[in-house]
Design a protein around this ligand. Structure first.
Ligand code: ANZ
Ligand code: ZN
Length: 835
């Protein structure tokens, strides 16, 4: 008897899909569209189990939707610029380009071995000039619009990657790539003005409510971090040249009369001027030096031990004109708000701690209902609501109203105004790296910073350059690249040798897939109109902030630049963040030696089994543990289907799913099987097509396969019974085809169908077929008819006996008697013998 041999089948079908371009897509279609996308991989060399899970989920969605009548776009590509290529270049003496393209070839083959239904004609690699030239064009257009600018600022610097990092790339003070401690360094860099879109990025999260995970929405909201309050300007007691005062940002303008000191960030630009002539200036300088070198995350922590130093200078209160001592504090951040805080110890805990530590006065200005606060005995700040007190003409106002009243008064006196503040910072996109997209600007001795001309794009990354062993970018020392003619005056100029953050490439790739081979424009309008937004995006939760925020930003920017449709607000309508594949409850890692290699598993079990296990082990959002018994079980299940098919092949007819009609289903056994079949289609359809609960869908199909195994002995070999059995087989293959496509296609073909299963419509179940057949059974007591019983057809002896003994008519006629015997003739009657 022939065995299930996945390797042979899988190769055959993969070749067929490839050669037949089975999953090619076009926007010229009148079907409804469905764009399903998995986050594209970095071509690190080999795919891992996390990829397999991610892409298997995407593939089921794509194949299901296709069968459900959608015109599906399901592309794949490579996020191909980035540091590991340079590290590999140093370690293995291969060029980053060579390393990257070889990895892409290898990983493409690995993905093809898994049988994913990608439209490979749309494949992109972001390191190709055909791709990044458009990014350079966007850069120039953004520059024109003032949405890109150059600024010198302290930057997160990774000493081991020799490059700056965006705030988003610093995790707990460490580099997101190499875990080195990140330092601060002053550098002039290019910034994308994402803050100009802060309000829209925040507001449009409402559009994603319910279709993105709540957790991701919360992380986005928090990252954008909008605070509403007021900017307040404090004058200076001692005139300082060129300085009119010190501005603070506060969320509590209602507490302005409670200010008893001010605290500046040690990095505040006015510090030197303020301490001029102060006898303890050196002490202040020493403090500044010490705090500057503190970890920025430690400085934001709630547990930070508050520290400060008096500057010898005083500000003037905007309402009372009283003098307010100016301090420096370690808890004030230089790059939030204005880098200065008004100290209100009675109503802010940090200020309270600070005041108690340095003996600064506490002034209560918000009075909680039914309570009197005494500044001398307070042990913590009152941060709740109350009425304004000790606040001049504002006394008696509820503090919420006071916020607006104070802001209005400040505005009238030209001493401040209502304002909002974002935690979100502009996006530093300069990287001092080689393997990235060149930034298309030139520095001319005469003209200054000059954008490259659009017709000169792409600014090609030179590939005949050797990567330096010290890890520094070779571009500044590559004359053929760095030395150039000024696009404006033709004179000698230097090219920008920083390259772009690779997160720029991944911010718009989803749109390039809609028209990936166009060399005249980045996108074709009709294709964008048709395909965008992505209906279902699938990827890891580690991208919940970074990549998703940048993609959302680019969608809005490209819309405003006229590239994207005017009415497109968000790039990804639905988001699924899949869980991790763990080993023994922990992450798989080389150092722990517990990595399960997908290729090994495919060699051993076949791709269908690997796919099946990844989808069966847990719902997509949840983590699961890789388990040998789990994959063995998946393998056994497929072998079982194979055996069932081959052993029963003689009776199989080329029917489609749900292809047996009610008339076919003559015998009780076959009616039962048919009912089970329709119930399975119903359950699997809901679980797979709608809720993406593939594990329960698979479990339902397993039950159907079980039912087939049980009934094949009992079923006769009439045409009608064969039809029912064949239909159930067709249903198993159809429902499983998005999950284990190779096996299903192979058996589908053997069933006698000329067209591939992938082109079949998703099966429809028939409500009537799911209903239980009921029959009427006669009830006798001592041989006399005493009533009837409605029971499920096929109910067994025990069930009939139990139902009969509980029947009211039987109870009445056996009252006072003892039941001696119950005779059951299944399907006909129950006779109770009693005396
Ligand atoms: C006075 C005040 C009184 C404040 C009060 C709070 C309560 P979020 O919500 O994060 O925006 N602040 C402003 N700039 C700061 C900086 N650069 N570093 C550290 N703290 C800063 O918080 C804004 C509040 O944080 C501001 O409101 C300010 O303290 C402080 F009863 O001003 B508040
Ligand atoms: Zn010039």
């Amino acid at each position: 008897q022939e065995r299930y041999n996945p390797q042979a089948i899988e190769e055959k079908w993969q070749a067929r899909w490839r050669e037949g371009k089975s999953f090619a897509s076009t926007h010229e279609s009148d079907k409804p569209k469905y764009y399903v996308l998995e986050m594209f991989p970095y071509p690190s060399g080999n795919i891992h189990m996390g990829h397999v899970r991610n892409y298997s989920i995407g593939d089921v969605v794509a194949r299901c939707k296709r069968m459900q009548g959608f015109n599906v776009l399901h592309p794949m590509g490579w996020d191909a610029f980035g540091l590991p290529a340079e590290n590999a270049a140093i370690k293995h003496h291969v060029h980053p380009a060579q390393w990257t393209y070889a990895n892409i070839d290898n990983m493409r083959a690995q993905l093809q071995r898994l049988g994913y239904s990608y439209d490979w004609s749309r494949e992109i690699a972001t390191c190709r000039p055909e791709y990044y030239r458009w990014e350079q064009m966007f850069f120039l257009r953004l520059l024109e619009k003032g949405l890109v600018y150059r600024k010198k600022a302290p930057q997160n610097w990774c000493p081991s990657c020799h490059t700056v990092l965006a705030n988003e790339q610093v995790i707990d003070g460490l580099c997101w790539r190499c875990d080195s401690r990140v330092e601060q360094k002053d550098l002039t860099q290019w910034f994308l003005k994402i803050t100009a879109y802060g309000d829209e990025l925040l507001a449009d999260l409402a559009l994603l409510e319910g279709s993105w995970p709540d957790r991701v929405l919360a992380m986005q909201r928090n990252w954008i971090g909008k605070s509403t309050g007021a900017a307040i300007s404090f004058g200076l007691k001692k005139a300082v040249e060129g300085v009119s005062g010190i501005d603070v940002f506060t969320t509590r303008p209602d507490t302005v009369f409670g200010v008893t000191f001010m605290t500046l960030a040690p990095e505040h630009p006015l510090v030197e001027k303020l301490i001029e002539g102060y006898e303890k200036a050196d002490e202040v300088r020493a403090f500044v030096e010490r705090i500057r070198n503190m970890d920025r995350l430690d400085r934001q922590s709630d547990n930070l031990e508050k520290e400060g130093v008096f500057t010898g200078a005083y500000a003037l209160h905007p309402f009372t004109g009283q003098r307010v001592p100016l301090w420096l504090g370690n808890f004030v951040l230089a790059d939030y708000g204005t880098g200065a805080v008004m100290g209100v110890p009675a109503h802010d805990q940090r200020d309270f701690d600070f005041a108690r530590k340095y003996g600064l006065p506490v002034q209560v200005v918000i009075s909680p209902e039914g309570q009197t606060l005494d500044p001398r005995s307070m042990t913590e700040a009152w941060t709740g609501p109350g009425l304004m007190v000790n606040s001049g003409s504002f006394d008696g106002l509820p503090n919420e109203e006071g916020k607006k009243a104070v802001a209005d008064a400040l505005e009238k006196n030209n001493k401040g105004k209502a304002t909002t503040q974002f935690r979100l910072r502009d996006w530093n996109i300069s990287r001092q790296r080689f393997w990235g997209a060149p930034i298309p600007v030139v520095y001319c001795e005469k003209c200054g910073v000059v954008p490259e001309k659009e017709e000169n794009l792409p600014v090609l990354l030179p590939l005949d350059v050797k990567v330096r062993d010290d890890g520094r970018s070779p571009l500044p020392e590559t004359p053929s690249f760095a030395e150039c003619a000024c696009p404006r005056c033709g004179g000698p100029a230097r090219r920008e040798t920083d390259t772009m953050d690779t997160f720029v490439e991944s911010s718009w790739y989803f749109a390039r897939y809609t028209d990936a081979r166009d060399d005249k424009a980045p996108f074709k309008t009709e294709a964008l109109q048709y395909w965008l937004p992505v209906d279902q995006y699938i990827g890891g939760v580690e991208h919940a902030i970074l990549h998703l925020l940048y993609s959302r930003f680019f969608t809005k920017v490209l819309r405003d630049l006229g590239f994207f449709p005017k009415d497109l607000a968000e790039p990804f309508t639905n988001l699924l963040t899949q869980g991790m594949v763990l080993k023994d409850g922990g992450k798989m890692s080389k150092s722990k030696g517990n990595v399960v290699d997908p290729t090994e598993m495919i060699n051993k079990y076949g791709a269908d089994t690997v796919r099946l296990f990844c989808l069966f082990a847990a719902p997509p959002e949840r983590d699961f543990d890789w388990s040998d018994s789990g994959i063995e079980g998946a393998s056994r299940f497929l072998a079982r289907i194979w055996r069932l098919f081959t052993e029963e092949e003689a009776r199989l007819l080329p029917l489609k799913a749900c292809g047996a009609t009610a008339v076919d289903a003559g015998s009780l056994e076959s009616r039962d099987l048919r009912r089970k079949e329709h119930l399975t289609v119903k359950k699997a359809g809901e679980d797979m097509g709608g809720r993406f609960q593939f594990n329960t869908a698979i479990a339902a199909v397993m039950e159907l396969v079980n039912a087939m195994h049980l009934s094949r002995e009992k079923l006769g070999h009439s045409e009608a019974e064969n039809r029912v059995f064949s239909s159930a087989m067709a249903t198993v293959l159809t429902l499983l085809s998005p999950i284990t496509p190779h096996l299903c296609e192979e058996l589908w073909q053997r069933l006698g169908h000329p067209a591939p299963l992938a082109d079949e419509p998703w099966p429809q179940w028939d409500e009537a077929a799911t209903a239980q057949d009921m029959i009427t059974v006669a009830l006798q007591v001592n041989g006399k008819l005493r009533g009837t019983l409605e029971v499920v057809a096929g109910a067994d002896k025990a069930a009939l006996e139990q139902a009969a003994l509980a029947d009211p008519a039987v109870l009445r006629h056996t009252d006072g008697l003892t039941v001696r015997k119950v005779v059951v003739v299944p399907g006909k009657l129950v006779n109770i013998v009693a005396n």
